[in-house]
Design a protein around this ligand. Structure first.
Ligand SMILES: CCCCCCCCCCCCCCCCCC(=O)SCCNC(=O)CCNC(=O)[C@H](O)C(C)(C)COP(=O)(O)OP(=O)(O)OC[C@H]1O[C@@H](n2cnc3c(N)ncnc32)[C@H](O)[C@@H]1OP(=O)(O)O
Ligand SMILES: NC(=O)C1=CN([C@@H]2O[C@H](COP(=O)(O)OP(=O)(O)OC[C@H]3O[C@@H](n4cnc5c(N)ncnc54)[C@H](OP(=O)(O)O)[C@@H]3O)[C@@H](O)[C@H]2O)C=CC1
Length: 515
């Protein structure tokens, strides 16, 4: 029997961010491996016209939860959605719900965050710092609490090259930042943001670092651990390979490349692509929850959930395998044939942006205008290039994360737990994983049917022919213009034509003789 699974049986677990990518996989695994757990409280807000209950219903009825329904048929009864909005200082939780949370919770997994890179500092501080502080305050009033697990990011200290499993201080204390957000107006915040984030690329990584400091400073007597995953990708094995449900990280770019919008990117092919499957992160998270509660380490332990130092893969290899999978299973209705040119040179990248991205968009919009339709491709392309420019920071650098605590934890697990809660990324076969990732993007994000692959291949063949035709026409027009203007071009043309004529005559003579 798995000790970790047994540990969660009978427990009341609070999860924030349960409607997010990682939160859903965390809930799924908990229900599947510990169907006897008492209850999972999730803090949910209504969104996109759906009530909190409707959102929970949708999650439980998704493909991700199919296996759970077999092992835990009463899963609906074990999930308790609590109306909450982390944008409010008291989370807007009702008195009764708050009372229940405070008196019953045994374990907290804090996954909620804003993961947008360009969020306004005020909002990023509210979600990633103030809400964490607030949750810690709640946790300190929970008599039955055994462990508080905070999900951060491996990039919270991306201004450093080598990152240890420790908390690095930020120049300005989080409390001062929280206070200042209350009285500074947006214009002033905009002005000081670049100075505050310093050599970090965005408000996301900066506020996640502040969040860690808050955890360290306000942990009191709580049993706390911090997990720092790198770039979280589709599932590796569980509940099935390739599951993904949002555009963050590489997923959006895989779509953009597969649909032929994005054909080149400023990326360093040899830089480490520190991806980590979401089920690996979840397995580590659950193992950390167990270890923190049972072994009660004296200090707050930080666990790096990264792949680069144990089983590195680089962006070049990833791009190659993504393209190879597009060959086998192309995405439907592509704009152009997929390609993945990785260049680390800024000028080359700007050239390809002009030739491979902006020019086709302008030509397509011109075609739309001619046929009486509304042009839209230039707008789509501009947004895509803006997104790509924000991700470029992460694909042109490599980081080294030490993983002593993660490896220590692995050695503490029984063979059964190492199997059920596997987070040993050395066993990951990258080529297989990336292929499943791309297929998962096609199936679960784009909702494309595998039966449509022959038609998609046919479409790509048509695009290839159009491409050849277009290039030939372009060449002939350019050549014709050149001949009209330059004596030298005319001489070259005359030379080529007469050479071809002589060449053909040479072959015609012997064949005539044979006859
Ligand atoms: C050539 C071969 C390629 C092979 C693959 C190479 C892969 C390289 C991948 C590098 C990833 C590096 C990630 C580093 C992660 C750090 C780790 C973390 O903790 S971070 C945790 C992870 N956090 C993140 O990853 C957050 C990243 N995302 C953001 O911060 C924001 O979405 C934004 C600022 C980029 C755009 O904001 P804004 O313009 O205000 O508007 P919206 O947000 O509303 O979206 C606008 C449109 O863009 C769409 N779309 C969205 N995302 C992506 C995407 N990734 N991509 C593409 N498209 C994307 C979206 O669908 C929408 O489409 P439409 O409605 O117009 O049709
Ligand atoms: N994805 C990645 O590549 C990485 C993620 N991480 C970290 O992992 C954690 C989970 O990330 P991930 O699942 O990918 O992120 P998602 O964006 O998928 O999920 C974020 C979650 O936070 C919730 N949330 C956001 N704002 C509020 C709010 N005001 N009130 C209540 N809930 C709110 C969201 O709820 P709602 O559905 O209502 O919006 C959602 O459930 C985060 O802490 C992130 O920093 C770390 C490294 C990499």
């Amino acid at each position: 029997m798995s000790m970790i699974a047994a540990f969660y049986s009978g427990k009341s677990i609070l999860i924030t961010g349960a409607t997010g990518f990682m939160g859903k996989v965390l809930m799924e695994k908990l229900f599947r491996t510990s169907p006897d757990l008492k209850v999972i409280y999730i803090l949910v807000r209504p969104k996109a016209g759906q009530t909190t209950q409707q959102r929970v219903f949708q999650i439980l009825n998704s493909q991700l939860f199919q296996k759970v329904k077999e092992v835990c048929p009463n899963v609906h009864e074990k999930i308790r959605a609590i109306y909450a909005d982390l944008n409010h200082n008291d989370f807007a939780i009702s008195k009764e719900d708050m009372q229940e949370l405070l008196s019953c919770t045994n374990i907290i997994f804090h996954c909620a965050a804003t993961v947008r890179f360009d969020d306004h500092l005020r909002h990023a501080v509210q979600l990633n710092v103030t809400a964490t502080q607030q949750l810690l305050l709640m946790a300190s009033q929970m008599p039955k609490l055994e462990a508080f697990i905070h999900i951060s990011t491996a990039f919270s200290n991306c201004n450093l090259k080598h990152i240890d499993e420790v908390i690095y201080p930020c120049p300005v204390e989080p409390k001062k930042i929280i206070d200042s957000m209350e009285w500074l107006d947006d214009a002033i915040i905009d002005e000081i943001t670049p100075k505050l984030i310093g050599d970090r690329p965005n408000t996301y990584t900066y506020t996640k670092a502040l969040g860690e400091m808050v955890v360290q400073q306000e942990s009191g007597n709580l049993n706390i651990a911090i997990i720092r995953p790198s770039i979280v990708g589709a599932t590796w094995q569980e509940p099935f390979p390739g599951w993904v449900d949002n555009l963050n990280g590489p997923s959006g770019l895989i779509i953009a490349a597969g649909k032929g919008f994005l054909r080149s990117i400023r990326a360093t092919p040899m830089a480490v692509a520190d991806l980590i499957p979401v089920d690996t992160v979840v397995n580590l998270t659950l193992a950390v929850g167990w270890y923190t509660a049972v072994h009660r380490p004296k200090s707050t332990l930080i666990y790096h959930c990264t792949s680069g130092n144990l089983n590195p893969c680089n962006w070049g290899k990833m791009g190659f395998q993504v393209l190879a999978t597009f060959e086998k299973a192309p995405f439907e209705k592509a704009f152009r044939r997929p390609n993945a040119d990785f260049t680390s040179n800024l000028i080359t990248s700007q050239y390809w942006n002009a030739v491979s991205h902006r020019a086709p968009a302008i030509i397509y919009d011109f075609y739309l205008r001619l046929t009486g339709r509304k042009p839209r491709m230039t707008k789509v392309m501009n947004r895509l290039l803006r997104t790509v420019s924000m991700l470029e920071y992460f694909v042109n650098r490599s980081w080294e994360w030490s993983t002593y605590n993660t490896e220590m934890l692995m050695s503490e697990l029984s063979p059964e737990d190492q199997r059920v809660f596997n987070f040993d990324v050395r066993q990951l076969n990258w080529l297989e994983y990336i292929e499943n990732y791309v297929l998962g993007v096609k199936k679960y994000l784009l909702k494309e049917d595998m039966a449509g692959i022959p038609e998609a291949k046919q479409h790509l063949k048509r695009l290839r022919n159009i491409h050849y035709l277009f290039n030939t026409a372009l060449f002939l027009i350019a050549w014709r213009l050149l001949i009209a203007r330059s004596q030298m071009a005319r001489n070259v043309w005359f030379f080529i034509v007469s050479f071809c004529y002589k060449f053909l005559s040479y072959f015609r003579a012997p064949s005539t003789l044979k006859v």
